[in-house]
Design a protein around this ligand. Structure first.
Ligand SMILES: Cc1cc2nc3c(=O)[nH]c(=O)nc-3n(C[C@H](O)[C@H](O)[C@H](O)COP(=O)(O)OP(=O)(O)OC[C@H]3O[C@@H](n4cnc5c(N)ncnc54)[C@H](O)[C@@H]3O)c2cc1C
Length: 501
């Protein structure tokens, strides 16, 4: 019997499987330890990037995700305020019924939901448009325990609106519906939905880009809306939702109008729980109260330096916060179009409005939601009742472009037992045509989720942008997802999806 192999060759071949095994382990470890994604910001944007990175990655690629948050709590502009023991949304408060990421997060995280009609901000509450001297339009309000009375009041209010604004209202609905339908393309499966490298590309693909090139006023006039509807109801809505006039871009305006329709909802106890839940289940190293001061790149990795004098090495860096008012330094510098943030002052008052300020005889005559039109020197954009504690004791929320000075508040309120003021760098000041910052800030692995905020600023648009950025990261970083992987299956929020990046 003869053998063609020498004892040495036999020895090498018998060790080969073990060697290959060690090699593959070493590779796996290299991916694990070397690949770190650093996310700046723990709002819905940052937490969604972490969520989608985990969801779209194969389970064996256990790379590190760090989230840095300068505040002591997560959530960013999703935050609550405590007014004498009662909790209210201080920032982002309402979600649209077709905000599918938020809907999925709610299911995934087992969160309870509030519909506005189940709160004190009832849909049958009276609404009025104040021009600084008088209510130019007012709906009816009739408190009743009987649902059919509510329905009759709501019908009467619809007729009142139709009488004042005519068929323009239906054209407005159609304008909003068309924009919402186009936005819903961002929920299509990966077979038909590409990964977008720029915001322009992403908007053009959904058919939304043109809406960013003209003002809302122009878009609505083109859609056949009457000047009265645009000057009154539409203006009231854009002032409430974005603190801005109808000179804002058509797309941000359409999103704002969508936020005034029916079926709006919120997370019971606070929308911030979406961010908290996503971070919790995404295996994230969370660094609270740690502000990132600088991001430096040497071409191979990023070094993040924090106010705690810590330094972190990251393969991928994601900015999930508007850069406009940040002190964050980039080395080498990055260049993005200059953008102003619209500041919205949210003032919470426990007390009682003064009917005399509104030229009325009793508090009961003041609508639960007072909106305003574009008149110079009007001190507030809106005042709404958040809660009625008893006949003479309410909690109100006021939105204004400038801080509400005590003297003004004292003229609007006859009683004020508690006042809380929050100055939000709230959202971009929208213009038309809009110019967009890139999703990829340096052509390498530095990403900017909030580039999409110039299209519109909502919790859902942040989630949609974050999902795209997560796909972009995975498609451009082969050591995290080897390019040889034909497709990745992800356990869906709502079914099995195959991911081709
Ligand atoms: C008053 C108001 C009302 C609104 N109403 C609605 C609404 O009803 N519905 C809706 O959908 N949207 C609403 N919005 C918009 C919505 O809040 C935002 O579009 C959304 O929450 C943005 O989320 P984000 O994660 O992109 O940013 P953010 O929520 O701003 O998160 C960014 C986070 O990054 C942190 N950060 C920033 N810089 C650093 C740093 N250097 N180091 C570490 N951490 C840092 C910040 O502290 C913050 O927590 C409202 C906003 C405001 C202000």
């Amino acid at each position: 019997m003869s053998s063609s192999s020498t004892p040495t060759a036999t020895f090498i071949f018998s060790l080969l499987p073990l060697f290959l095994l060690l090699l593959s382990d070493a590779n796996a470890n290299a991916v694990d330890s070397a690949s770190t994604v650093c996310i700046i910001g723990s709002g819905i944007g940052g937490s969604s990037v972490a969520h989608f990175l985990r969801r779209y990655s194969p389970p064996h690629l256990n790379f590190t995700i760090r989230i840095f948050e300068r505040n002591p709590v997560v959530g960013g502009r999703m935050a609550t305020v405590n007014v004498s023991g009662h909790i209210f949304e201080a920032g982002a408060s309402i979600l649209h019924p077709r905000n599918l990421h938020a809907v999925n997060y709610t299911k995934l995280l087992n969160l309870a939901v509030n519909s506005p009609s189940s709160s004190d901000e009832s849909s049958s509450s009276a609404f009025g448009i104040w021009d600084g001297h008088q209510f130019v339009f007012k709906t009816l309000s009739f408190k009743s325990e009987l649902p059919f009375v509510d329905k009759i009041v709501s019908l009467a209010n619809s007729l009142l609106m139709l009488f004042r604004y005519g068929y323009s209202l239906i054209r407005m609905d159609k304008f909003v519906e068309t924009a919402v339908n186009k936005f819903c393309k961002y929920y299509e499966s990966f077979e038909t939905r590409p990964v977008f490298e720029t915001v322009d590309e992403m908007l053009k693909w959904a058919g939304l880009y043109n809406l960013t090139t003209a003002t809302l006023a122009v878009e609505l006039a083109d859609a056949g809306l009457s000047p009265l509807l645009i000057q009154e109801l539409v203006t009231v809505i854009t002032r409430i939702n974005y603190g801005q006039s109808v000179s804002m871009s058509g797309l941000a305006g359409a999103v704002s109008l969508a936020g005034s329709g029916g079926g709006l909802w919120a997370i019971k106890g606070g929308n911030w729980q979406m961010a908290a839940g996503l971070i919790d289940r995404s295996d994230v190293e969370l660094h609270l109260q740690e502000e990132i001061e600088s991001i430096s790149s040497n071409g191979e990795y990023y070094e993040l330096n924090s106010t705690l004098q810590n330094s972190y090495t990251c393969d991928i860096a994601v900015v999930a916060s508007p850069l406009d008012e940040l002190r964050l330094k980039f080395n080498p510098p990055v260049s993005i179009p200059k953008r102003e943030l619209q500041h919205t002052h949210a003032t919470f008052v426990r007390g009682l409005l003064n009917p005399v300020y509104f030229g009325l005889k009793s508090v009961a005559e003041i609508p639960e939601l007072v909106g305003t039109i574009e008149i110079p020197d009007l001190p507030f954009s809106s005042i709404s009742v958040l809660k009625q504690h008893d006949e003479k004791d309410f909690t109100y929320k006021i939105f204004s472009r400038k801080p509400m000075a005590d003297a003004i508040l004292d003229s609007i309120f006859s009683v004020r037992t508690e006042t809380i003021r929050i100055n939000w760098g709230a959202y971009p000041h929208y213009t038309a045509p809009e110019v967009f910052a890139p999703f990829i800030l340096d052509g390498q692995h530095l990403y900017y989720v909030n580039a999409f905020e110039n299209a519109a600023s909502t919790m859902e648009t942040s989630a949609v942008a974050a999902e795209n950025v997560a796909r972009l990261i995975l498609s451009r970083f082969p050591s995290i997802v080897p390019l040889s992987l034909p497709s990745l299956s992800s356990e869906g929020d709502g079914g099995d999806v195959h991911v081709d990046l």
